[in-house]
Design a protein around this ligand. Structure first.
Ligand code: PEP
Ligand code: MG
Length: 754
């Protein structure tokens, strides 16, 4: 075209486009004029619009191809170059279309002589409505400015389709402009709970009706104001105390600020505005470029930077929407956040009070956001492919964190059913809250200590809410997993001290770093291992590279100055490993002593029993370990040779089976004989029936997620431990594969509150 290479050219194009759209007339006529105008302005031999209608991409208008082909040429999903553009949602710019492997020849179009092909997706809100194409006889690649101009037109076109501007076009009813039907998506549950609410998009979109600007000067002012606001917010965050609350490190904020001040970013944005786009649309277009580059980049460093840039684009869009850079100020009261992916720090920025639920399309790093979601008590479902292309801000949504399901725009009857479930949950929660100060004592007088599994300072408030008697397992690696860089000594100390202060008189058992296996750090590139669960993880790393472990012990000792300190080591397999780990504690205590630091008042060192080999070595721990805690998650995965994270095998065995229960009975007896305090801290301890079985085997300390404490206590208060033991005992030597059925029926018969 005469001038798509410059801003003036783009503006002329947008103005002409606007004239066509505003002069009215039948929709088909306007589309015809549009392709004619684009072809002539861009000096293209062909310009065509394909819209996606059900399972096909249908030619809706063309200049240059045979007019008989309109509404007749239909390409199946994925078929031809048009299908490729729609599938990838990326521009395709090639000089020799007929020789492309995906080229699909349609004689009715008469497209034989065209070599150059440029197709761009017609997308809005992650949804592809179709493809806009220009073609030329000459074999050439289109320039960047031409691609940009065509993308801008596609953006306007998408907006018009979405807003119903072509309402009278036959066949358009089947072009799904805005998802409106109820949809059901099955994903994976990452945090328990149920939320019924309204969709808020983490990655916002330019509002409908705001793609072409009336007044470029005003748009530039809006853009400048929003840029200023984003930069100011970042500066304020830097001046504050990054890291303390959200785990966003100073380095990351500095990088953000640097990118936000990068003139090329600003120039690109202004380029769009001066070309006639609204400020919002200009940002959205730049974000599209960043995302496309991100998808095509393998280099982890570059991907990280592109992700940061996209994050900045999102902040800017929110600022333009009048919501300031701290993302959550104007959320609806029942906000459910929908995002492609969310870092733990971003989730913390929204805050617990503002979010009812969380649904993520991807799942790469979701485990880390999940840790925070659980600590905040926000229901979360992840691994929901296609989610973003099916929702709009403001849609009704249900997030079912029990079953890992999401429902979009549910029918009234479905919402009503979920409301009932929610009420039931609320009623149960109220019942558990009434029990929180009641000690867990079975009807026959067995007193059981119920403790909390925690990992973030945020979790500590569950101590009071749930009525836990202490923290039986504090997973220190969580701080490392939700931070963007390795936490320094001071921030480790700060966290441990916070937790000890919140716990007050109640005991806290800190577990040293349990990294490796499924627990990966975003900022450490680990060597790939064939079998990570059996690999270099947990205390094995700590003993081979003692610097990190010693640092952590130093932080723990300093945080517990003048108080009781309980520390345990994960995945110890041999007693000699425990000896070596314990020696490191002694060394660090000595280190603090010679420097006249105040020491903990009392130090207890324990070990997790997670490896079968250690489960058979309890007598050898006599006089060495002050306590042991059984991690049934790992112990059972190794005992039954079934990966705990693999749903196909993790449910194949039952912990309530004779071999597992015999093992647990033996460990408890050996621990008693060696006078070592023993507890169970795997997830199973938080399930009522399992907990009852453990109590029947003689366990009196159980540590579990906060959500387990109420239900477990309710059952124990109503049950009889020796009666349960009498059922269980003879079955331990039977050949059944599970005693679950027997135990359930005795509970039902006796009226125990299961
Ligand atoms: C366990 O393995 O049972 C345990 C409590 O540790 P984690 O789940 O953190 O591996
Ligand atoms: Mg474990």
């Amino acid at each position: 075209m005469a001038g798509p290479a410059n801003v003036g050219g783009s503006r002329i194009l947008l103005r002409k486009l606007r004239e066509i759209m505003e002069t009215g007339g039948a929709a088909q006529e306007r589309l015809d004029r549009l392709v004619h105008m684009v072809a002539s302005t861009m000096v293209a031999d062909v310009c065509s619009i394909y819209l996606t209608r059900g399972a096909v991409h249908e030619l809706f208008a063309t200049e240059g191809l045979k007019s008989e082909a309109v509404h007749r040429t239909r390409l199946k999903h994925g078929e031809g170059l048009v299908g490729l553009v729609a599938e990838t949602a990326q521009p395709l710019n090639i000089a020799d279309a007929p020789h492309h492997e995906r080229f699909s020849y349609r004689p009715e179009t008469g497209e034989d002589p065209y070599n150059a092909f440029l197709g761009v997706p017609i997308v809005r809100s992650e949804r592809t409505f179709g493809v806009l194409v220009v073609q030329n006889r000459a074999s050439r690649v289109y320039g960047d400015d031409e691609v940009e101009a065509l993308q801008t037109i596609a953006m306007v076109l998408a907006e018009m389709v979405a807003s119903g501007a072509f309402g009278d076009l036959s066949g358009l009813a089947e072009v799904e402009a805005r998802a409106s039907r109820p949809e059901f998506l099955q994903g994976r549950a990452f945090s328990d709970g149920l939320a019924i609410g309204t969709v808020v998009l983490h990655e916002p979109h330019a509002p409908l009706g705001r793609v072409i600007a009336d007044d470029p000067v005003r748009e530039e002012e809006r853009l400048n104001a929003a840029l200023l606001q984003v930069r100011k917010t970042l500066e304020e965050m830097l001046e504050g105390d990054p890291g303390r609350i959200s785990g966003v490190s100073r380095e990351v904020l500095e990088m953000f600020l640097m990118l936000a001040n990068d003139p090329s970013w600003e120039t690109k944005l202004k380029h769009g505005v001066r070309a006639g786009l609204s400020a919002d649309a200009a940002v959205e277009r730049v974000r599209g470029e960043h995302r496309a580059k991100f998808n095509n980049t393998r280099d982890p460093y570059l991907r990280e930077r592109l992700h940061d840039l996209e994050d900045l684009d999102n902040r800017l869009l929110r600022a333009l929407a009048g919501v300031d850079g701290a993302p959550a100020q104007e959320l609806p009261a029942d906000a459910v956040l929908v995002a492609r992916e969310l870092g733990p720090a971003e989730l913390l920025d929204y805050g617990a009070e503002r979010l009812k639920g969380l649904a993520l399309e991807e799942g790469g790093a979701t485990a880390h956001a999940a840790i925070v979601a659980r600590a905040l008590g926000i229901p979360m479902v992840g691994l929901l492919p296609g989610l973003l292309s099916r929702v709009e801000a403001g849609d009704a949504i249900v997030v079912d964190g029990e079953r890992g399901e999401v429902r979009l725009r549910p029918e009234d009857a479905v919402t009503a059913a979920y409301r009932q479930r929610l009420e039931l949950r609320t009623a149960r929660a109220a019942e558990f809250a009434r029990l929180k100060d009641t000690p867990a004592v079975t009807r026959d007088g067995a007193r059981v200590a119920l403790l909390l599994n925690a990992g973030l300072a945020l979790d500590a408030h569950h101590l009071d809410d749930a009525g836990a008697e202490g923290i039986g397992l504090f997973r220190t690696e969580f701080q490392f997993m939700v931070s963007e860089t390795l936490p320094r000594l001071e921030s480790q100390t700060l966290l441990y001290r916070d937790v000890l202060e919140t716990a007050g008189e109640r005991p806290v058992t800190f577990r040293t770093l349990d990294l490796g296996g499924d627990k990966v750090l975003p900022y450490v590139t680990a060597e790939r291992e064939e079998n990570p669960a059996l690999g270099w993880r947990a205390v094995r790393i700590g003993l081979d590279r003692p610097a990190l472990l010693r640092y952590q012990l130093r932080a723990l000792i300093s945080a517990a100055a003048g108080r009781r300190l309980r520390v345990m080591f994960p995945l110890v397999t041999m007693v000699s490993e425990f000896d070596a780990a314990r020696a490191l504690v002694d060394r660090e205590l000595e280190w603090a002593r010679v420097r006249n630091h105040q020491l903990p008042a009392h130090v207890e060192i324990g070990v997790m029993v997670e490896a079968p080999a250690l489960a058979f070595s309890i007598p050898d721990l006599k006089g060495k370990a002050d306590f042991i805690s059984i991690g049934t998650n790992d112990l059972m995965q190794y005992f039954f040779a079934a990966d705990r994270g693999n749903a196909r095998v993790s449910d194949r065995y039952d912990i309530l089976s004779p071999p597992a229960l015999r093992l647990l009975k033996r460990v408890r007896e050996n621990a008693d004989a060696a006078s070592i305090q023993v507890s169970i801290c795997g997830e199973a301890a938080g399930k009522p029936l399992e907990a009852l079985a453990f109590v029947a085997l003689g366990y009196r300390r159980l540590s579990m997620p906060a959500s387990g404490i109420g239900p477990v206590k309710r059952l124990l208060l109503s049950a009889d431990a020796s009666a349960a033991g009498a059922v269980l005992q003879p079955m331990l030597s039977s050949g059944v594969s599970s005693i679950r059925g027997e135990l359930t029926s005795i509970a039902a018969k006796q009226g125990w509150a299961l």
